[in-house]
Write a protein that binds this ligand. Structure first.
Ligand SMILES: Nc1ncnc2c1ncn2[C@@H]1O[C@H](COP(=O)(O)OP(=O)(O)O)[C@@H](O)[C@H]1O
Ligand SMILES: [Mg+2]
Length: 325
């Protein structure tokens, strides 16, 4: 069996705490998942869910209490693995008084490159992340978004096949987030596999082939963003207009019941009905002189799915606390 690009098997991490570090807190519990070749995989979860813990385990910064993982067929304990992976930490820090070109040249020295190769590569990477004109400016003058792009350039300096990014969009404004998204999409076009963590659902929804949702150290679901929230529709939404002249006519009196259920914004109304009620509702609206603008399926969003998981987790945590007394 050909393994996935990233194979994670039962990965578990406990952090010691308390007096003499005698107690242990489980931060990651039996994580098993795969990231396939060439996909953009979003690792989603609220703060404290275990995203950074997983990523630090994958890049060998910390060690698991149980379980194994491999990247491109090499176990994460194999130092060779790092040739093929790029990593952006959660809050990368660079010296203020260096320029982006200097920082990248420094990191390039960790890789097997000649001086000429290094300088060519630094230029290419600065261009790739849209910093070619800012390369000679000291980092203290950079915006948060620009710094994040320096971090991305650092992560991909050695042309890694797998790129692992911890919260690459956090703390960025919409423009900065868009720029990071575009860079991730370009990495995908180049055939790289990207695993990134985020707590920003809309970014994940826009970018990812698949997402994994982690809450309280446990994986709660994996799949395409559309698939994971379930294909079940929650009904149909009818958007329509009702000219003021007809709104008071006898025809619309017949539709009074249905109009009372609709939400009005300006001249437009939105009405949510079940699939079974749809045709009858459309018929009533037509006879009331309404102009139908659109009919769309109402689906659960990733956000609703996410909130549902978090609430379930809180309820469970509360139950444990109560029974623990
Ligand atoms: N070095 C550490 N020592 C003790 N606890 C930690 C350490 N790092 C993380 N934790 C705890 O582990 C849990 C998961 O943290 P983390 O992986 O950073 O979550 P996320 O990245 O999803 O926000 C949290 O409860 C956090 O407080
Ligand atoms: Mg984190």
């Amino acid at each position: 069996m050909a393994g996935a690009t990233i194979e994670i098997e039962n990965l578990t991490k406990d952090y010691p705490y308390g007096f003499l570090h005698l107690k242990k807190k489980r931060s990651l519990e039996g994580l098993t998942m795969q990231v396939e070749d060439g996909e953009v995989f979003g690792f989603l979860g609220p703060n404290g869910a275990g995203k950074s813990t997983t990523i630090k385990l994958l890049v060998g910064l910390i060690f698991p209490d149980a379980g194994t993982a491999s990247i491109l067929g090499k176990p994460i304990t194999d130092i060779e693995m790092h040739r093929d992976i790029g990593y952006l930490p959660e809050q990368p820090y660079f010296y203020d008084y260096l320029t982006a070109a200097e920082v990248l040249d420094y990191f390039a020295r960790f890789h097997d490159l000649t001086a000429a190769d290094r300088s060519e590569r630094v230029k290419r990477m600065l261009k790739k992340v849209g910093l070619e004109t800012a390369g000679k400016i000291q980092l203290r003058k950079y915006s948060k978004g620009m710094l994040q792009r320096v971090g991305l350039a650092q992560a991909i300096l050695h042309d890694p096949k797998v790129v692992i990014l911890d919260e690459p969009m956090s703390g960025l404004d919409p423009i900065g987030r868009r720029e990071v998204r575009d860079i991730i999409l370009e990495l995908k076009r180049e055939g790289r596999t990207v695993l990134f963590s985020t707590h920003i659902l809309s970014d994940a929804e826009m970018l990812c082939d698949r997402v994994g949702v982690i809450v309280g150290g446990k994986l709660r679901g994996v799949g395409a963003p559309g698939e994971i929230v379930g294909m079940k529709t929650q009904g149909m939404e009818i958007l329509f207009e009702l000219p003021a002249s007809t709104a008071t006519s006898t025809a619309s009196a017949n539709a009074a019941g249905i109009l009372a259920k609709a939400a009005k914004t300006g001249d437009r109304y939105r009405l949510q009905v079940t699939e079974e009620e749809l045709y009858a509702a459309l018929e009533q609206l037509r006879s009331a002189g309404a102009k139908i603008l659109s009919v769309t399926q109402v689906k659960a969003t990733l956000e609703e799915y996410f909130m549902h998981l978090i609430e379930a987790d809180r309820a469970q945590a509360a139950a444990v606390e109560v029974s623990g007394k």
